[in-house]
Structure formats: structure tokens, C-alpha cells
Design a binder for this molecule. Structure first.
Ligand SMILES: Cc1cc2nc3c(=O)[nH]c(=O)nc-3n(C[C@H](O)[C@H](O)[C@H](O)COP(=O)(O)OP(=O)(O)OC[C@H]3O[C@@H](n4cnc5c(N)ncnc54)[C@H](O)[C@@H]3O)c2cc1C
Length: 329
């Protein structure tokens, strides 16, 4: 029997998509190795019994709830360390993102565990049934490396949103309060405020349709073309950007897609004036439909687009927006 422990982050009365994906992955993989998936949550009074129990909808067995500051890594490491010491979980799975990386790395150091980051798939080791291996793309995503874990604990940190959120059986998880004596260093940092990053009031990782702008837009003001198209597409749409654009200060960092930005998989990814560099591609290649507008017919983005439009985005974007508005009446 090998159980999996997952950390779930919550904000404003809901667990974030990245955490729920990790819970679903933990549930699916633990079932394959004869165990179950438990979840650790750390926070205040807003982590109610009812909210924590909803993790059972996705198949989680128990939720270990500790009072403490939410969104800081050290207290979570203390709680996970204590839960693992008592219950002997074999694997810990985290959704990617800065917090997941910090907690996963800290927990690995604390428990002297093996850790793999940027994982995109986890599966049962065919040579050692009852254990898991983690797959991680390397060398610009041209190859996959596979890690096997020795020792008592294996730590798996995914790419952001690499794991799909799957509906569970609708059951409720058992909620257990745990009391942990936090390490002295866990109290050395205080959260002053939590909230969305400036310009990120729209959840681009959860959006169904993304209109992404690249350097081909020419200047910050031209992002208006991209914003208007996203607005015409309606609710569920958001604007994204390349690193070239955010580095130039044309759009907020929170919208950057790619290797050093966010990983997304919307139903539609419309890329305007984006060349399709591999570092951008890795963040959006799982999108269901990729449409690219680029004036260069040889732009790499056309190699992995479902629909390519060769032309000037300054002419095409306004026409597309107009056509969508007309169609929507
Ligand atoms: C370690 C590392 C990490 C990185 N991480 C990321 C990352 O996370 N995300 C990311 O995006 N990049 C990342 N990059 C940068 C990446 O390599 C590219 O430089 C970047 O993605 C290019 O952005 P772009 O497509 O907007 O610009 P460009 O490559 O300059 O492409 C602009 C495109 O616009 C087209 N164009 C120009 N004018 C028009 C027009 N009027 N109409 C239509 N098309 C037009 C051009 O033909 C061109 O194809 C990273 C790089 C490194 C080294």
C-alpha cells in the first residue's frame, strides 16, 4: 500500500485549478498502487469543514487541516513533514508554480527525499509494480526523462496545470485537524496581503479561449487589438503574451505563457504576431485548437498550428473582431 499526499492551495473560497489537478493525479495514481490520496491544507477560518470536504468530490480520502498562514512555504513544509512522519505517505505531489516548487524542494531537503520538477506525467513503474515514475520533458521538450524514486518518499512537482482536473465520485473527504509546532524559521515571514497580480484579474490558466499577442504587435498600444478580440469572444476569454512582450513592458508578467511563464491548455489559443519559439510553445502546445496569425509564412508557429493565417495582424485582428461581434449579434 502506498499513499500519496498532495498540498492544496485555496483563495477566496475555492481551491485553485492547479492544486485540484494535483489532487486528481494523486487520486488516480495512488489507486493504481493500492493506496489512497490525502490532502494537506493550511490556512485560517475560511478553510471550513464544508470547503475541505469538497476535495472528496475528486476522490481525496482525508484532508489534514492545519491553522497557519496560507500561501507561505515553510509552514506547509512543517505540516507535510509532520503528516508524512505519522502516516508514512510514499509520494507527495504538487501542482507547479512558485509555491509548489518552494514547498516541494523544502520538503525534499527536510525528509531527504528525491524530487523531480516540471513533471508532465506520472505512471506506475512497469519494472517495479506498486511504485511510481515521473516523466519530465528535457532538452527543449525534445526528449523525456523518467525518474524512479529510492528511499521512503518521492516528491513530484508538476508543470503548472499539467494534471487534468477530473470530477470524482461526489463523496466527501474526512477532515482532520492537525496541530503542528511550527519551526522557528516558519514564523520569520509574515504574509502582508494576498491577491491577484496587477493586470491578472482574469484567470488565464482557467480561460477557455486565449488571445495571445507577441512582438509582432509592434507596440504596447496595439494590445488593444488583442483585448478587443478577447472581449468579442466573450466570457471565458482572456489575453496572454510572450516573454518578448512582457520583457518590453507592453503587458503584465502575469500573462506570460511559456517555459518561464504559465502553462495553459485552453480550447482555443489564438496567437497573433508570435514566432513560435520553443520556450513559448512548451506553455501552450496542449491547447485544443491553435490558430496563428503571422506575416511570415515560414514562422515556426505554423508548424504546430491547426489553422494558420499569413498576413498583417493589424488588418486581420480588427476584421476578426468585427466578424465575431456581428455573428454574436
Ligand atoms: C531561458 C529562456 C526562457 C524563455 N521563456 C519564454 C517564455 O516563457 N515564454 C515566451 O514566450 N518566450 C520565452 N523565451 C523567449 C523566446 O525564446 C522568444 O524570444 C519569444 O517567445 C519571442 O516572442 P515573440 O514571438 O513575441 O517575438 P518574435 O520572436 O520577435 O516574433 C514576432 C513575430 O511576429 C511576426 N510579425 C511581425 N509583424 C507582424 C505583423 N504586422 N503581422 C503579423 N505578424 C507579424 C513576425 O513574423 C514574428 O514571427 C525564453 C527564452 C529563454 C532563453
Amino acid at each position: 500500500m502506498a499513499d500519496v499526499l498532495v498540498y492544496a492551495l485555496h483563495h477566496d473560497g475555492a481551491f485553485n485549478k492547479n492544486s485540484l489537478g494535483a489532487v486528481c493525479e494523486g487520486v488516480a495514481r495512488s489507486a493504481e498502487i493500492g493506496g489512497a490520496c490525502d490532502v494537506v491544507v493550511v490556512g485560517g477560518g475560511d478553510l471550513t469543514d464544508a470547503l475541505c470536504a469538497t476535495l472528496g468530490h475528486h476522490g481525496a480520502r482525508r484532508v489534514f487541516r492545519a491553522q497557519g498562514p496560507e500561501g507561505l512555504s515553510q509552514p506547509v513544509i512543517d505540516v507535510m513533514d509532520s503528516v508524512i512522519a505519522e502516516h508514512g505517505h510514499r509520494y507527495a505531489i504538487f501542482g507547479g508554480g512558485l509555491l509548489g516548487f518552494e514547498i516541494g524542494a523544502g520538503l525534499a531537503a527536510r525528509r531527504q527525499a528525491g524530487v523531480t520538477m516540471e513533471v508532465t506525467a506520472v505512471r506506475v513503474d512497469p519494472e517495479h509494480p506498486g511504485t511510481l515514475v515521473a516523466e519530465r520533458p528535457i532538452l527543449g521538450d525534445s526528449k523525456i526523462s523518467v525518474s524512479r524514486y529510492r528511499g521512503e518518499l518521492g516528491i513530484i512537482i508538476s508543470r503548472i496545470n499539467a494534471f487534468e482536473v477530473r470530477p470524482g465520485d461526489g463523496g466527501e473527504a474526512e477532515v482532520l485537524d492537525v496541530h503542528v509546532d511550527y519551526s522557528p524559521w516558519s514564523a520569520q515571514l509574515e504574509m502582508l496581503s494576498r491577491g491577484e497580480q496587477r493586470g491578472a484579474e482574469v484567470d488565464i490558466e482557467g480561460a477557455d479561449m486565449l488571445v495571445a499577442g507577441g512582438r509582432g504587435l509592434g507596440k504596447a498600444e496595439s494590445f488593444r487589438l488583442v483585448e478587443e478580440l478577447a472581449a468579442a469572444l466573450g466570457p471565458g476569454s482572456a489575453v496572454a503574451a510572450t516573454r518578448a512582450v512582457v520583457d518590453a513592458g507592453w503587458y503584465p508578467y502575469s500573462t506570460q505563457i511559456g517555459q518561464t511563464g504559465k502553462t495553459v491548455a485552453p480550447k482555443l489559443y489564438l496567437a497573433a504576431g508570435i514566432s513560435g519559439a520553443v520556450q513559448h510553445k512548451v506553455g501552450m502546445q496542449s491547447s485544443e485548437n491553435i490558430v496563428a496569425i503571422n506575416k511570415d509564412a515560414n514562422a515556426p508557429i505554423f508548424e504546430f498550428s491547426d489553422l494558420g493565417i499569413v498576413g498583417d495582424l493589424n488588418k486581420i485582428l480588427p476584421k476578426l473582431t468585427e466578424a465575431i461581434r456581428a455573428r454574436k449579434g
